[in-house]
Write a new protein. Structure first.
Length: 299
């Protein structure tokens, strides 16, 4: 059936002008000139045979006919937008926004990404690196990989990589320390490198039976990459996830002076409830879990 409809361009110009009660603001929103908005509105008025605006000296007023049309146009635009978004969510094509801890991204994910790109070329990963906690819902992000104990409410949480955390240092620092490092109680006599919330060292000391030991202040380095590199360069002892430092420990670039490790932390996949109804999110989440399950797989 043929429909006697005005152009979509004219309806968009009218809706923006009616919403703002300003041709100037409508033009700025739609990235066109004010004259173009005026031309489209006049074209729509000719098509309908009615006036849509009363043009006063410094403002516009909607006519009754314009208000009726505006209500219908806005509902229709909302319906179209909602349908487009829903269909987009069901597609495996397009962009997927993921927030990652920088250390995890550089030490674990980057070595595996080519496999994902080969398997799912239709998905464009947009990887954002941050040590800050992404809050769901509300964040313009599809999925995140967080570091911690997994105790977060209001989101779906799945353990990806369990890690054991222990002090690491350079061989030169360990062998050249004066006073000598004979037990964990000697560590506060040496430079300690802290993470952003300065909580890991007290937890580690409590785990070795020293809950009341004074943990001295030291440099606070929020990026684990930089903190570990500082330890490797001999600037102090850092607490770090050993699972992501296997090569450095195996080659002797880093040493672990004590056997005790904290084992209640890990890297977790975090996403809003219901997010797995989107194929793109489900595909990437399943791929991450599959990669993590391949213990000892080639990098």
């Amino acid at each position: 059936m043929s429909r006697d409809l005005p152009s979509l361009t004219a309806l968009r110009a009218f809706e923006a002008a009616a919403r703002h009660l300003s041709f100037t603001k409508a033009a700025a929103e739609l990235h066109v000139t004010q004259a173009a908005i005026s031309h489209q509105v006049k074209s729509l008025e000719r098509h309908l045979g009615v006036r849509l605006f009363r043009r006063l000296t410094r403002r516009l007023l909607l006519t009754d006919e314009a208000q009726t049309l505006l209500n219908v146009v806005q509902r229709s635009f909302d319906d179209i937008s909602g349908t487009v978004q829903q269909l987009s969510k069901q597609s495996t094509h397009g962009a997927l926004d993921v927030v990652l801890r920088p250390f995890f991204a550089s030490r674990w994910l980057s070595q595996r990404l080519s496999r994902f790109w080969i398997q799912y070329p239709e998905i464009t990963l947009r990887l954002h690196h941050s040590s800050a906690t992404v809050e769901f819902p509300g964040a313009d992000v599809d999925l995140a990989v967080r570091w911690g104990d997994g105790n977060w409410s209001g989101v779906e949480v799945e353990l990806l990589v369990p890690v054991k955390v222990a002090p690491v240092c350079s061989p030169g620092l360990l062998h050249g320390e004066v006073p000598p490092l004979r037990s964990p109680a000697d560590l506060p006599l040496h430079p300690l490198l802290h993470e952003e919330n300065v909580k890991l060292w007290p937890l580690w000391f409590a785990g070795v039976g020293l809950p009341d030991i004074h943990v001295p202040p030291g440099p606070i380095i929020d990026d684990t990459n930089v903190r570990v590199q500082a330890a490797m360069d001999g600037h102090g002892f850092a607490l770090a996830p050993l699972a992501l430092l296997r090569d450095d420990i195996a080659t002797g670039r880093l040493l672990t002076p004590f056997d005790y490790v904290m084992d209640h932390l890990g890297y977790y996949i975090v996403y809003p409830r219901g997010a797995l109804t989107q194929p793109k999110v489900r595909i990437f989440r399943d791929w991450l879990l599959a990669e993590a399950a391949q213990v000892g797989s080639p990098r």
